[in-house]
Design a protein around this ligand. Structure first.
Ligand code: CUA
Length: 609
């Protein structure tokens, strides 16, 4: 890769300016304003990149603008979230999937984007739940979680990766070993699997058995190999037993070979998934020995090398991604965890113990040149993942790098014993790295991936396309469907509920279907029902159905939780629960509405895009 001459000129100008400014008085201020200029996004302007950060123990994905570092949105995935009306009630399909697959909490680690020709296409983002062995898919047209699946035959879904260049599978690494037959009574050795998930159906097509703990994943750029770092090849069940060997390994799975073996019926089917044993299927998996307890594995944008980070060893292992031979093992610093790339042949490795990012030249390291280390920069503190914009795809942008630090220590005002996580934005456009800005987040982003706003913004929808069963304005109704069952079809539009009064009896089960019939972006309405553990938010065009018990006799004011107009406070209605033995005739809402002349909302015109 050659460097664009303009970038060289720009870099040297910046370097010159920095020297001039640091030489004179007011030096600090000038350095600060130079950095500020790079990350300042004025009110009304947009960021250049979407940053997708895993939310870790928050069970979500954080959407952060780059370079501003502003938290723009949180996408709930493995946890219910009232503010977005996500997985809040039993009829919600995502809640059902969560409860059926391990619970309404998760530990998200690695966001990966769907690809076309090695570049993100803006269709999907996948994220894993390490704890419960799950994989979730987020639709990027709506920025909403649309599928959650449990991966059979593995525990601890850790590293995940998209099979480049065209998203053939999502690779999911099982970190925690299980008895080989899946039974706790079996004293058989433990093992784990790498799962290959179909991106559209979200079903596991096949798995490959691997002895040891399978850690981080990446894939070759040509669709041939998936690479996984493996530690504990000893298959020990405690720390002492896990550190007996001199080397661990990178497992390279030959995807076409595995597909052929599965096609030939070589997999032993368990829980509906064929599992290939590499011992019985030569050529499916190659183990490449690397220093003990490796961590990250990252394939260079040009697809030439897979780079395994040493963690306990101060080295990275550079593997030829076609021949699977080790070509170099340069020292980079203490605690190397992950590596990312710019567009000029440089790699950047996070050093957990040194609290640094080290920049090194790949070609020079491969050739054994002594000056392969280009630069080092301190980060605050104990960096885990790092990601340069586009460093995980075929065309890195070469401008910004995000350091995801485990500890913030003194970087923010103290907020009790529990401090926020710290991300730092580093300018990598010049020869020397420059620290630009930092921003805190709730716990605990592990990894990030990016997409250009220019590419993704046109694909994001304005409103939801109403579902086939959406309640149409003018078609609202309250129907008694059984002796103890009432169904309500409701619409929302500024700033009224139709029907605004729902009258039922104690002991009734109420099924409420609500459609937000707004056709304007961002015109969200909420439905909060006191004392019923119910609050949902509905974006324009959205329909949600929920079932709840009528509860104790009384009057319950449901109200809108999202500010929607000057009459937002007045957007409310009543659930009237008559006592079981009440002799009062329940008012026919349709008749009452006609008498009061309630005007139904305007019909939805559907999605504007
Ligand atoms: Cu609708 Cu506030």
């Amino acid at each position: 890769m050659t460097r664009h001459p303009f970038l060289l000129v720009a870099a040297s100008v910046v370097a010159t300016l920095a020297i001039v400014h640091t030489a004179g008085c007011g030096a600090t201020r000038s350095a600060r304003s130079l950095a500020a200029d790079k990350v300042y996004v004025a009110p009304g302007e947009l960021d250049k990149y979407y940053g997708f950060l895993s939310g870790g123990q928050s069970g979500s994905v954080f959407v952060v603008g780059i370079p501003s570092g502003r938290l723009i949105r949180e996408i709930p995935v493995f946890e219910q979230r009232a503010a977005y009306g996500y997985a809040m009630h039993d009829a919600d399909a995502r809640r059902q999937e969560l409860l059926a697959t391990g619970g309404a909490w998760g530990d998200t680690h690695h966001p990966v984007l769907s690809e076309t020709d090695g570049m993100p296409n803006g269709k999907y983002l996948w994220i894993n739940d390490l704890a419960n062995g799950r994989l979730a898919r987020i639709r990027l047209d709506y920025f909403e979680t649309d599928r959650i699946v449990k991966i059979p035959n593995l525990q601890g879904a850790h590293g995940i990766a998209v099979v480049s260049p065209n998203t053939k599978y999502i690779v999911v690494n099982g970190e925690f070993e299980q008895p080989t037959d899946g039974l706790v009574t079996n004293p058989a050795p433990y093992t784990s699997v790498v799962a290959f998930v179909d991106p559209d159906s979200m079903t596991v097509k096949f798995e490959v058995r691997v002895n040891g703990n399978i850690d981080i994943a990446d894939t070759s750029k040509d669709g041939r190999y998936s690479f996984s770092t493996i530690y504990n090849l000893e298959q020990g069940k405690n720390m002492g037993a896990m550190i007996q060997y001199d080397r661990d390994a990178v497992a390279a799975i030959d995807i076409p070979a595995a597909e052929a073996a599965v096609g030939a019926g070589k997999g032993a089917v368990r829980n509906g998934v064929p599992i290939l044993d590499p011992a019985e299927n030569p050529g499916v998996m190659t183990l490449i020995p690397v220093p003990k307890n490796p961590h990250g594995i990252n394939v260079t944008p040009d697809g030439r090398y897979a780079i395994a980070s040493g963690k306990l060893s101060p080295t990275v292992t550079i593997i030829d991604a076609h021949t699977l031979k080790i070509v170099a093992e340069p020292e980079v610093g203490l605690g190397p965890l992950h590596t990312t790339f710019d567009d000029r042949g440089n790699a950047f490795t996070s050093l957990f113990l040194d609290s640094q990012v080290v920049k090194w030249n790949i070609d020079k390291a491969v050739k054994g040149a002594p000056d392969y280390i280009v630069d080092r920069i301190n980060v605050h503190y104990n960096i885990g993942h790092l990601q340069a914009v586009g460093g995980d795809h075929t065309h890195p942008s070469g401008d910004f790098l995000l350091a995801l630090n485990k500890l913030s220590k003194d970087q923010y005002v103290p907020v009790g014993p529990d401090l926020p996580e710290n991300q730092e934005i580093i300018d990598i456009s010049g020869e020397k790295m420059k620290m630009l800005a930092s921003f805190p987040t709730p716990p605990e982003p592990h990894d990030a991936t990016f997409m250009a706003v220019a590419a993704l913004k046109p694909l994001v929808h304005q409103t939801f396309t109403p579902a086939a069963d959406a309640v149409q304005a003018g078609q609202e109704k309250i129907v008694r469907t059984g002796p103890h069952a009432v169904s309500v079809d409701m619409t929302l539009i500024r700033s009224a509920y139709t029907p605004e009064t729902v009258e039922v009896k104690e002991g009734d089960q109420v099924t409420l279907k609500i459609t937000n019939v707004e056709t304007i972006r961002d015109m969200i309405h909420g439905f909060a029902l006191p004392d019923h553990n119910l609050n949902i938010a509905l974006a324009p065009g959205y329909t949600k159905t929920m079932t709840f018990e009528a509860g104790k006799p009384g009057v319950y004011w449901f109200y809108c939780t999202n500010f929607c107009s000057a009459l937002h406070l007045e957007m409310r209605g009543r659930l009237i629960v008559q006592p079981k033995d009440s002799t009062v005739t329940i008012t026919d809402w349709h008749a009452a509405a006609n008498v009061k002349g309630v005007v139904p909302g305007v019909p939805s015109t559907g999605d504007k895009q």
